[in-house]
Design a binder for this molecule. Sequence first.
Ligand SMILES: Nc1ncnc2c1ncn2[C@@H]1O[C@H](COP(=O)(O)OP(=O)(O)OP(=O)(O)O)[C@@H](O)[C@H]1O
Ligand code: SF4
Length: 272
Amino acid sequence: MTESVDQPTHLSKVKHIVLVLSGKGGVGKSTVTTELALSLVEEGKRVGVLDIDLTGPSVPRMFGLENHQVHQASTGWVPVYTNESKSLAVMSLGFLLQNKDDAVVWRGPKKTAMIKQFLEDVAWGDIDYLLIDTPPGTSDEHIAVVENLRDYNPDGAVIVTTPQAVALADVRKELNFCHKTKIPILGVVENMSGFICPYCTECSDIFSKGGGEAMAKEFNVDFLGRVPIDPTLTALIEAEGGTFSTRFTQSGIYPIFKDITKMVMSKCGDIS
Ligand SMILES: Nc1ncnc2c1ncn2[C@@H]1O[C@H](COP(=O)(O)OP(=O)(O)OP(=O)(O)O)[C@@H](O)[C@H]1O
Ligand code: SF4
């Protein structure tokens, strides 16, 4: 990311900005965002995660931070930190709601204003990566984020899909959105591609496979990797207690995400 703003802002101190997109809900966008963030921290990076899924903010739950709140300081909103070294900061509307079950029923202009505020006012500090977890589709939130990031040249988008054709059709729209808005596509992740047996760790293809890779080829974008369904991960996410990093390292998809992360870093010009 090159800095092209005159006045230093919170975002101008961020080295790389990566959006995580999917055409369809529930394909694992927040899971991919979380695992990428944890893996980047493992690589020694300072990372911020911004959850702009305003109507269904799931990032606090993914990080086991559901009962945390953000507070205002003179520098702006202070995000929630997940570990003592302050290398992973998280911001989500979920931290601003009085009750985690509160429904957010907002019209477009209010959502747009909230996203502008998130992008302008969160004091991330000198972070290496800001990962932005978006809602599914191409909605008001996407347009707001793209417009507000225009001066900051985001590095690009990671597109998450599942192997089935119905999800792939939605992702095609997402790829077209990136082309239209000139957001570079860093690559496609095919999530829920096969199933890791919890008893024998064998991976079986329960749906068709390879759809994400074929689509990446068709659109001439990079294929970042295939991530199977790992029931251990689901159990670890649902479990109360434990640390976010043990959840990550105990999951069978940990090594896959290490590779995906290295590819994303390389696409961002961060490693040779
Ligand atoms: N590879 C995987 N292995 C096991 N469980 C997974 C995997 N990917 C996602 N999940 C689980 O599937 C559910 C949906 O995932 P997630 O919330 O990441 O999807 P999403 O695309 O962000 O959804 P939304 O549309 O609500 O934003 C979660 O419970 C998550 O733990
Ligand atoms: S995948 Fe095969 S080995 Fe593993 S539990 Fe199922 S049937 Fe048994």
